[in-house]
Design a protein around this ligand. Structure first.
Ligand SMILES: Nc1ncnc2c1ncn2[C@@H]1O[C@H](COP(=O)(O)OP(=O)(O)OP(=O)(O)O)[C@@H](O)[C@H]1O
Ligand SMILES: O=P(O)(O)OC[C@H]1O[C@H](OP(=O)(O)OP(=O)(O)O)[C@H](O)[C@@H]1O
Ligand SMILES: [Mg+2]
Length: 286
């Protein structure tokens, strides 16, 4: 295949490292020189452009890049028409409205006529319009949380993750407007040939993400308890059951989702499973 697919990755910042790690986990090797703005993958027809997060939606629209990894919040703010091809599960955060801690707050109507500092004007405008609230927006690019303390605004809208930036600036979250995570998106003008490359990459990403969401477990179970234990285990099709050298015992292997992991383990122990081993799964091809 002569064509290369062009992916935009954040040049530096919160998405950069995990985006590159994801490509690496997909078996795509990229030689990164220091301060390089463009790189070519060694073993996949892929070219990486390192760009500012906020500029990526326009590059996608213009067809300068074919696909990109960026925060869903940026897509909502600057590229609403761009599709979410895959949710990637990292850089999870919220976009919220916050006001000074001491201020009374009953509903979003309290923001009527107030000054709101934000880097997300479209998101705020749309949210407030839906609620029938009029406010004055002050668009700033960074350090938004300082705005109320220096008298620039009455409220702010920004990213909230642990909440520590709000806390340090004596602010409290009053409205959660949206939740976000890193996503894979694509240009509306991507060619058919590059779409095929996207499908290949998407298949690999899905396998990596499915692996990250799951654990491989092995355990010893007395044969008398096998039915109870098997009933608790989904596996990819069904659990594997192998006889142990010691008569009356079996080894049961299965795949457990990370979210329900500890609950399942507790129940397995109660049902009679012993010597439970848990292993990471590198990839899960479904
Ligand atoms: N504290 C956080 N916790 C989790 N995810 C975050 C956090 N802050 C930002 N993000 C996510 O990471 C993305 C990139 O944030 P970052 O601060 O690195 O770049 P930026 O300032 O938005 O963009 P640019 O690359 O244009 O400078 C955000 O759009 C958001 O999706
Ligand atoms: O709730 P928290 O865990 O405190 O995270 C929220 C903060 O993280 C982001 O800033 P970042 O650290 O990316 O700095 P930036 O303003 O330079 O982008 C965001 O703009 C918030 O200020
Ligand atoms: Mg930031």
């Amino acid at each position: 295949m002569s064509q290369k697919i062009r992916i935009a990755i954040q040049k530096s910042g919160r998405l950069n490292e995990e985006s590159l790690q994801l490509l690496k986990n997909c078996g795509v090797s990229i030689d990164n020189g220091k301060d390089q703005l463009k790189a070519i993958a060694r073993n996949f027809p892929l070219e990486v452009l390192y760009l500012r997060n906020g500029d990526i939606p326009q590059y996608l629209r213009d067809g300068v890049v074919d696909i990109a990894i960026l925060g869903e919040n940026t897509l909502i703010e600057k590229g609403k028409e761009l599709p979410i091809i895959e949710r990637l599960g990292f850089s999870k955060c919220k976009v919220s409205l916050a006001i000074p801690k001491g201020q009374e707050y009953n509903s979003v109507k309290d923001l009527e006529g107030k000054r709101i500092a934000t880097s997300y004007p479209n998101t705020v405008r749309e949210y407030l319009a839906e609620k029938g609230v009029n406010a004055e927006l002050h668009i700033i690019n960074g350090s938004v949380e300082i705005a109320p303390n220096i008298g620039l605004a009455d409220a702010i809208c920004d990213i909230v993750s642990s909440g520590s930036t709000l806390f340090k600036n004596n602010l409290k979250e009053v409205e959660q407007m949206l939740t976000s995570e890193a996503v894979l998106t694509a240009s509306p003008t991507i060619s058919d040939e590059r779409k095929e490359l996207l499908e290949t990459l998407k298949f690999r990403i899905k396998s990596v993400l499915a692996g990250q969401r799951s654990k491989y477990v092995l355990m010893n179970v007395p044969d008398a308890k096998l039915d109870d234990v098997i009933a608790m285990l989904p596996g990819m099709r069904s659990p594997t059951v192998l006889p142990l050298a010691q008569e009356g015992w079996s080894s049961v292997h299965s795949v457990i989702n990370k979210d329900s992991f500890w609950d399942v383990i507790d129940n397995l122990k109660k049902a009679g499973a012993e010597g439970i081993l848990v292993c990471p799964i590198e990839k899960m091809v479904l």
